[in-house]
Design a protein around this ligand. Structure first.
Ligand SMILES: O=P(O)(O)OC[C@H]1O[C@H](O)[C@H](O)[C@@H](O)[C@@H]1O
Length: 524
């Protein structure tokens, strides 16, 4: 394709959302003239499925649930007045609570005001809030400085607590878990609560929860009388919960313009509800994913925002895309092994890392460039007439061209700036693209049966650990002997790994050997 043909293709397929100043360029993707016509029937089905979903259909058949994240930013579109009321009431309650925290009307046990927030959650109850806090936070200016605990790693949590950089008495902790029973989050909460206790503080007087009504966490919150609790609903999935209480609670507390984020998402929803594919950026994205991966996940999606504030977007999208699309079975029960792998950090930083392989190595990906028009920061000229931002922009265009010249395809999303409205719009754009794509490949995007297998296996490891510890005595034994003694000889390897871990932490005696079979272990 010569430059003139490429420019013509750019103009032909250019898709803009004027209300958001956002546009999508698909000209550098590989599709032929007949592609859209051939996909029209499938896309028509995707539109109809999305309309039904928004109208309250059971779009998540396995879990028999409605899928309502679009109602969060247009509550009047919810299928039942009670849902509209719930959404509006929750947004108002969170906004009101945050205002009281900011004014000092809601204050900590022993300090005059809260100055920082610590959010404890994982997966959908962490990735959106972390992305948004990083993208929109203004160090030194935020109403509350945001920090996160998102794992059950004790060392990681200790570091997170260190990073607070000040006394816990000015820290409000938000425990977020839709199910209210996720072990990592429970553990994070227990470690954080212990830190409050050690500081002579009552955790409940510093704690807020976002969880499903009646969950285990919810019951604890009510019993202990925490500062506040905000609901999660079963019709909002974790990975699409950024505009529910999960995102709104830390966002409003941090002092971010969450109203603008809701508006940006609502504006994108309006633009992506239209059944006119050339004008619908979410439909175009979904179709490009299909074209690039042959509808089978044959290529990975590399997400390259040229803007530091969007660094965590690829991590956020990783869950949204991979947990939604990574499915073994389709809706008819056929084995399909679907999915699209997502990775990426930011440009031009990645140009000095893995872009070498993208340009010259295995061609198993397509790119999503995110281009931000306003540079921000200083306009200092680093060379006559050239700013640092010009370099960043130049690197994006240059990298995109160099990759395209070597048959590496890309879509480019252009946004005016990184602000709350744009972030809301980007989230909504990808949420809907994922929904459309799921229908194109006939899968349920709204459940995650695969995650359960790992959780179940982890619980079994802990059950085994209890038995292994119970079988230890003062005389050293090998892992094999212990596994046999508890009647689980097939679990010798896991038994060895458990013992090795306990010994490394000084909880039992370990006598290492050059091979796992000869190492011995004893009670302390
Ligand atoms: O919010 P929670 O119930 O604690 O769930 C947190 C996360 O855990 C699970 O493993 C799911 O796969 C995720 O979709 C979810 O976001």
């Amino acid at each position: 394709m010569n430059p003139q043909q490429l420019w013509d293709r750019y103009k032909t397929h250019f898709c803009a959302v004027p209300s958001l100043g956002l546009s999508l360029d698909i000209s550098r993707m590989n599709f032929d003239d007949g592609f859209f016509a051939s996909m029209a029937p499938a896309m028509g089905k995707a539109y109809r499925a999305m309309d039904a979903l928004e109208a309250g259909a059971i779009a998540n058949p396995d879990e028999k649930r409605m899928v309502g994240h679009y109602w969060l930013r247009a509550p009047r579109l919810a299928p039942e007045p009670a849902i509209t009321k719930e959404i509006e009431g929750t947004v108002a309650a969170i906004r009101d609570f945050a205002a009281k925290v900011h004014s000092g009307a809601v204050k900590p046990e022993k300090a005059p005001k809260f100055t920082r927030l610590l959010s404890v959650g994982i997966g959908g109850s962490a990735l959106g809030p972390e992305f948004v806090a990083d993208a929109l936070g203004e160090p030194g200016k935020d109403a509350l400085v945001a920090h996160f605990v998102d794992n059950t790693d004790p060392d990681g949590i200790a570091r997170d607590l260190e990073k607070l950089g000040g006394p816990l008495d000015e820290t409000i902790t938000i425990v977020m878990s839709k199910s209210g029973s996720t072990p990592e989050t429970r553990n994070g909460m227990l470690v954080v609560a212990e830190a409050y206790r050690k500081a002579g503080l009552d955790f409940a007087k510093h704690a807020v929860a976002v969880t499903g009504v009646g969950s285990k966490l919810d019951q604890q919150v009510q019993k202990e009388g925490w500062l506040a609790r905000f609901p999660m609903w079963d019709w909002v999935g974790g990975r699409t919960s950024e505009l529910s209480a999960v995102g709104l609670t830390p966002g409003f507390l941090q002092g971010l313009d969450m109203e603008a984020m809701l508006e940006g998402a609502a504006a994108m929803d309006v633009a992506t509800r239209v059944h006119d594919t050339p004008k619908n950026p979410a439909a175009l994205l979904a179709l490009m994913w299909h074209a690039a991966t042959d509808g089978k996940g044959l290529k990975d999606m590399v997400v390259l925002p040229y803007k530091d504030r969007l660094l965590l977007f690829s991590r956020y999208l990783q869950q949204l895309v991979m947990e939604s699309l990574g499915k073994q079975l389709d809706l008819d029960g056929n084995r399909v092994d679907q999915g699209i792998s997502v990775y990426g950090n930011k440009g031009s930083t990645d140009q000095h890392a893995y872009v070498q392989q993208l340009r010259d190595g295995v061609n198993n990906f397509f790119l999503t460039f995110i281009r931000v028009l306003e540079d921000g920061g200083t306009g200092l000229e680093v060379e006559p007439g050239v700013t640092a931002g010009d370099y960043l922009h130049g690197f994006l265009l240059g990298t995109r061209s160099a990759l395209f010249a070597n048959d590496r395809h890309s879509v480019t999303i252009t946004v005016p700036r990184v602000d709350a409205r744009t972030i809301g719009a980007l989230i909504a754009l990808f949420e809907r693209a994922v929904g459309f794509y799921a229908t194109l490949v006939n899968i349920n995007a709204y459940h995650q049966p695969g995650v359960e297998a790992g959780k179940k296996a982890a619980a079994e490891v802990l059950t085994l650990q209890a038995k292994v510890v119970g079988a230890l005595s003062s005389s050293p034994q090998t892992a094999e002997a212990i596994a046999a003694a508890i009647g689980q000889p097939d679990d010798a390897e896991t038994t060895y790994l458990i013992l090795q871990h306990l010994a490394a932490n000084g909880r039992i005696q370990g006598h290492p050997a050059s091979d796992p079979a000869s190492a011995t272990f004893a009670a302390k």
